[in-house]
Design a binder for this molecule. Structure first.
Ligand code: HXC
Length: 260
């Protein structure tokens, strides 16, 4: 089990799902370095824990996260920002091998929106709001807000969001393809948990490679991507879970996946 002292996160695990709740409500879960460091350390533990097969990342009902901590950046120089090396934390999240599901209610702004987009799927409450308001602070997004956002919603919407700070409602975000689904705020936790458990019940090695392969599609030409996919597909035929999955289908029973 994952046991870590955390000041800004609430961490729990059950039924194959590790849950991380951003918990810095006084400042709308502003992502300071210490919080991000706790997040990465928790993910590292969850990466190693074989019981955990899917990670659910969430915040409060009023706010997922209102961005990077402005107090921490306001007086910084370029060199100080560079030396902080904060993007190493984001790079770790990008390379995390297990599925990451974000459950977003209320504000997901700036780094908060970027954090949700760094996850593999996003489930949102009706009150969710996604935006990249950095331009109003005299800067621009720095953790994927011009890249992942553009890939997800296209140039026209990304430009509008990044250049005018206009945010998307949950409904707009769904229509734009930024998020997977919307549920009423009071059902968000339960639906997100059920969804994460559904992912956690699949064959872990297949899930891991399938995640890698989908992400590969975002930055390779089709031929390279298809080749990559085929190699991973062949590889899965060396797992016991493939034999079990197909046998269970033939025997009309539920498979028992072992992660081997
Ligand atoms: C530090 C923040 C914060 C942030 C809110 N707070 N967002 N502190 N960093 N990003 C603090 C406020 O200062 C305030 O503290 C308390 O949280 C409550 O916020 P209010 O503004 O009073 O609430 P409200 O009026 O409801 O407005 C909510 C809001 C607004 C619209 C979300 O807080 C807001 O615009 N926040 C900033 C959003 C933003 O610009 N995000 C991008 C950051 S840059 P006090 O002490 O006054 O009670 C970024 C770059 C990422 O993310 C780069 C890669 C990592």
């Amino acid at each position: 089990a994952v046991v870590l002292e955390t000041k800004y996160l609430l961490v729990s695990q059950a039924n194959g799902v590790g849950t991380i709740r951003l918990n810095r409500p006084q400042v709308l879960n502003a992502l300071n370095l210490a919080l991000m460091d706790e997040l990465v350390r928790t993910l590292k533990e969850m990466e190693r824990d074989e019981e955990i097969r899917c990670v659910l990342l969430t915040g409060g009902s009023r706010c997922f996260a209102a961005g990077a901590d402005i107090d921490e950046m306001a007086e910084a120089s370029s060199v100080e920002m560079l030396l902080k090396d904060q993007f190493a934390q984001w790079e770790y999240i990008r390379r995390f091998s297990k599925p990451l599901l974000a459950a977003v209610s209320g504000y997901a702004l700036g780094g908060g929106c970027e954090l949700a987009m760094a996850c593999d799927m996003i489930i949102a409450s009706e009150t969710a709001e996604f935006g990249q308001p950095e331009i109003k602070l005299g800067v621009m997004p720095g953790a994927g807000g011009t890249q992942r956002l553009t890939r997800a919603v296209g140039k026209a919407r990304a430009m509008e969001m990044v250049l005018t700070a206009r945010s998307l409602s949950a409904r707009e975000a769904l229509a734009a393809g930024l998020i997977n689904r919307i549920v009423p705020v009071e059902l968000l936790e339960q639906e997100a948990r059920e969804w994460a458990e559904e992912v956690a019940a699949q064959a872990p090695v297949a899930v891991r490679l399938a995640k890698q392969s989908v992400l590969k599609a975002l930055d390779t030409p089709l031929e390279t991507g298809l080749d990559y996919e085929q190699k991973l597909f062949f590889f899965l035929f060396s797992t016991e879970d493939q034999k079990e999955g197909m046998r269970a289908f033939k025997e009309k029973r539920r498979p028992r996946f072992q992660g081997k």
